[in-house]
Design a protein around this ligand. Structure first.
Ligand code: SF4
Length: 407
């Protein structure tokens, strides 16, 4: 990395305690540049680390249970709906399953042979539509014809037409992950034959045919106050994080608020937000106001203007343009003007598209070998299509102006 080393802190299920969050903030500040990214798989990345920071960082994270050591740590890629246990629409709360899957993957006898990119997504059937996230293996909860909870399975985002039961889900996930690992550490779910995987799961009694469930087509980000429900007397707040970038001070602020206003937990959302559960219903509005003072964007802005940005310069050696900085400036300008357009903007400093594959209303695409950006409408970095124009340097006013002229 151009700005130093990068450490990924895996938070299976996206959950961490206030003490764990403070440990990450302190490590980022004392060992790195103080910059922390919240990824679109709900993990944290500590940036700007010297090359010899590994052992010291590992010790600090292990002391708070955020690093299990060795190869096993990299196999705990479990993405859970951040609203699990909070969403009154969900079919089932999959938090216990997320913990069990993370533990089982990390301690499996094939862990060393499993691709560190092999990912599992768990969607309890809530309104966020987490199952639309691209993952190697996805489980989506639904109720079958007899009203029982079942979990439909998809491989590389392709539904398999089979479903498992909650009590068999860990074994079913291990069976698929084990099949991938058996083919070598570069094997991903897309390399497996879906009909063979489905048939093996059914033959082993881990799943049954018949998974009559509507799969969500896109994730629906949720920000702001989440009121109490029939099963929950406390509220929660989903605080937006502009382009997924935090500094140590902001992460510490969130940890303090989780302790003082919430139940001591932070939940990372893959749509660049941090959820604080266990908040008194009367405190949510004030907490959101305070979050703006702490440098987080207003909910009213991010609900209209979605900005995604790759790490960009100076973090990435392939980047010439500061994608995150432009994204931050764009959201700040939209908030200050009170005129956030209803649009999705993607800033990608090269064609690799690390911030995601989805189409945006406006794509600003940089290049590794030349400064400046090209503009593209309804495009993604890997399929940019026609060039609408060029910007020698992206400035927030020019982007807002383009969006407003588009109507
Ligand atoms: S999209 Fe390109 S420039 Fe941006 S972080 Fe990825 S590799 Fe680096």
């Amino acid at each position: 990395m151009a700005d130093g080393g990068l450490a990924r802190v895996r938070t299976p299920g996206g959950r961490l305690s206030a003490d764990q969050a403070r440990a990450v903030a302190n490590a980022a500040e004392t060992l790195g540049s103080g910059v922390i990214d919240l990824t679109n798989r709900a993990n944290l990345q500590i940036r700007g680390l010297p090359l010899d920071a590994g052992p010291g960082l590992g010790e600090r994270l292990a002391a708070v249970g955020l690093y299990t050591g060795g190869e096993a740590d990299r196999r705990r890629n479990v993405l859970l709906d951040p609203l699990a246990g909070l969403d009154p629409m969900e079919v089932v709360d999959l938090r216990p399953l997320a913990s069990a899957v993370a533990d089982a993957l990390g301690s499996s006898d094939f862990a060393a042979d499993l691709s560190p990119k092999f990912s599992v997504a768990l969607d309890g059937g809530g309104r966020a539509g987490l199952a639309a996230t691209a993952s190697d293996l996805t489980l989506l909860a639904f109720r079958d014809g007899e009203g029982r909870v079942a979990l439909a399975l998809a491989l590389a985002s392709r539904p398999l037409g089979v479903a498992t039961r909650p009590e068999a889900a860990v074994a079913a996930i291990l069976a698929v992950a084990g099949a991938a690992a058996a083919l070598g550490p570069d094997t991903r779910a897309r390399d497996l034959a879906p009909h063979v995987v489905a048939a093996d799961l059914v033959a082993s009694g881990l799943a049954a045919t018949g998974a009559d469930v509507a799969w969500p087509s896109e994730v629906r980000p949720i920000f702001g106050a989440l009121p109490p429900s029939r099963s929950r007397s406390r509220a929660a707040v989903a605080i937006p994080v502009a382009v997924g970038r935090l500094d140590a001070r902001q992460l510490r602020w969130l940890a303090d608020r989780a302790d003082q206003d919430g139940d001591g937990a932070l939940v990372l959302a893959p749509w660049s937000a941090v959820v604080l559960p266990g908040v008194a219903p009367g405190r949510t509005a004030d907490l959101l106001r305070q979050s703006e003072a702490a440098g987080f964007p207003p909910v009213a802005v991010v609900e209209r203007l979605t900005v995604v940005a790759c790490a960009g310069a100076p973090s990435c050696v392939r980047a010439r343009e500061p994608a995150k900085a432009v994204g931050l400036a764009l959201l700040a300008r939209a908030a200050a003007s009170g005129l956030a357009p209803l649009a999705r903007v993607h800033l990608s400093a090269c064609g690799k598209g690390c911030a995601g594959p989805a189409d945006a209303d406006l794509l600003l695409l940089g290049a590794s070998d030349a400064p400046g950006w090209t503009l593209h409408a309804r495009a993604a970095p890997r399929r940019p299509g026609p060039v609408l124009g060029r910007l020698p340097a992206a400035d927030a006013d020019a982007i807002l102006d383009w969006l407003q002229r588009r109507g």
